[in-house]
Design a protein around this ligand. Structure first.
Ligand SMILES: C[S@@+](CC[C@H](N)C(=O)[O-])C[C@H]1O[C@@H](n2cnc3c(N)ncnc32)[C@H](O)[C@@H]1O
Length: 168
């Protein structure tokens, strides 16, 4: 009995230890996730920014999940009512597609055709592994320059000089 209590109290201690350890680890993970987000927003130079995304790519989704990032869902929600019908025929050009978060959300809503461009090879590799895009291209987006894409459709003009609405 004493022995069992001993084991139980040892077990309880180790449970307490591992749960407080886990809490500390998840606190550290969250701090480092917030730090990565601060860093990326502090980088203004496009080449430097995509370099940072390259180093961050494998942790990117985990970090954003820790802070409950929802921008990819909001983007899909905004596009959703614009194409009430025949979404399976629409071709979505996902600019700065990253690891494919927006395409994943759009696929859930019935979109099927995605082309993606992004400046980070690391992010593109993860997007590619999801098998959602028919076409992925590495491209550095520079305000005022044309995107290297063609609609392949004569009724839709090819890309105009591009002005991002914000930073990503
Ligand atoms: C915040 S992530 C967004 C990814 C995706 N759209 C989503 O919502 O899940 C921003 C992406 O933009 C890309 N990016 C940032 N600046 C860029 C630039 N100037 N040219 C090309 N890609 C850029 C990064 O490589 C990164 O993959």
């Amino acid at each position: 009995m004493v022995h069992r209590l001993g084991i139980n109290s040892q077990h309880n201690k180790s449970l307490q230890y591992s749960s407080s350890n886990r809490m500390a680890e998840s606190g550290r993970d969250k701090d480092s996730s917030i730090q990565n987000i601060r860093t990326v927003y502090s980088i203004k130079n496009p080449e430097e920014k995509v370099k940072f995304y390259n180093t961050w790519a494998t942790r990117y989704e985990k970090d954003l999940a820790l802070i409950n990032y929802q921008a990819h869902t909001f983007a899909a929600e905004i596009l959703d009512p614009v194409f009430p019908k025949k979404r399976e025929d629409a071709l979505v050009l996902d600019i700065a597609c990253g690891t494919g978060g927006v395409a994943e959300q759009l696929q859930k809503r019935g979109f099927r055709n995605f082309h993606g461009i992004d400046g980070s090879e690391g992010m593109l590799k993860i997007a590619e592994s999801k098998g959602l895009y028919q076409n992925l291209k590495k491209c550095l987006i520079v305000p005022g320059e044309r995107l290297p894409v063609s609609s392949g459709n004569k009724s839709v003009p090819d890309s105009q000089p591009f002005s991002p609405a914000g930073q990503y």
